[in-house]
Write a protein that binds this ligand. Structure first.
Ligand code: BTN
Length: 270
């Protein structure tokens, strides 16, 4: 059919799905990609128990996704990405806590870089886009008494990429959002998001004690200058957020005093 003058070159485009993907980071890390698991944080704990030093576990769905404060994290297939990083860091307890803040900055930056949108960080570490939560972070540490550094830290990150076809479940549908309006996002964009998130994270991790990332965190603080309510020692307070400390404590000016919260949750007052 072709003569020697009309040689056709067939350009072969090889599309590698997420499951067969071997992410190339600028740092060495064992990566495991699973179609479905209970919780990537739990997989990391098992890897730690079997002697793995560090690893990145990515799942395309979770059947028992864990959230902060004992909640669950909705983790359906197709519309989200669920990932956990297992580390054995030589960090003191304050810097270990800072890994959560560092992760929030890393994901927020990655989301902005990939979507071109402007995400915000709601204290402590939820990422918001257009007033909806698009990402949650759950850090867990294994601590032994009489050791100054943790045995392990797991940084778990769940991102809602698209809104599920039948919307989010009733209990979270008013609060949850997604990065993109369309119902499907290409694997390539998801890969870029994963790469950027962990490249950003390790850039911060390498100089964590300097706390350089706190400037970004403060600039992206969703609650700055907002009226919030919170519970402390069983009592309900309300006040205005006036700042964030270097250790990511939130400073709230109430009618009678200024309170710094180091952990917990605050709610926006409407
Ligand atoms: C929250 O919003 O309360 C935190 C949610 C953290 C969810 C991620 S998804 C990957 C990792 N595995 C889990 O089971 N949880 C975290």
């Amino acid at each position: 059919m072709f003569n020697h003058l009309s040689v056709q070159y067939v350009k072969q485009v090889i599309i590698i799905g997420l499951l067969n993907w071997k992410p190339e980071f600028s740092f060495p890390i064992k990566t495991v990609i699973l179609k479905e698991t209970t919780s990537t944080n739990s997989v990391c704990k098992e890897l730690f128990a079997s002697g793995t030093h560090s690893a990145l576990v990515i799942a395309l769905s979770q059947t028992g996704g864990k959230g902060r404060l004992g909640r669950s994290f909705y983790s359906p297939a197709e519309t989200g990405i669920y990932m956990s990083l297992l580390l054995r860091p030589s960090l003191n307890s304050q810097d270990t806590v800072s890994l959560t803040t560092a992760a929030a900055v890393a994901v927020s930056k990655a989301i902005d870089e990939i979507t071109g949108k402007n995400s915000y960080i709601k204290w402590v570490n939820d990422i918001y886009l257009y007033d909806k939560k698009v990402c949650g972070i759950l850090c867990e540490a294994g601590l032994s008494t009489n050791k100054a550094t943790p045995d392990y830290v797991i940084v778990g990150i769940g991102i809602n990429i698209n809104t599920p076809k039948n919307n989010f479940p009733e209990d979270i549908k008013d609060k949850a959002g997604s990065l993109f309006e369309e119902s499907k996002t290409s694997d390539d964009v998801k890969k870029q998001l994963i790469l950027k998130t962990f490249e950003n994270f390790f850039e911060i991790y390498n100089t964590l004690p300097l706390k350089n990332y706190m400037e970004y965190y403060r600039n992206k603080s969703l609650l700055q200058d907002k009226e919030v309510s919170f519970v402390k020692d069983g009592l309900e307070f309300s006040g205005k957020v006036v700042g964030i400390t270097d250790n990511a404590g939130i400073i709230i000016k109430t009618k009678n005093e200024t309170i710094t919260l180091c952990a917990g949750e605050v709610s926006l007052k409407f």
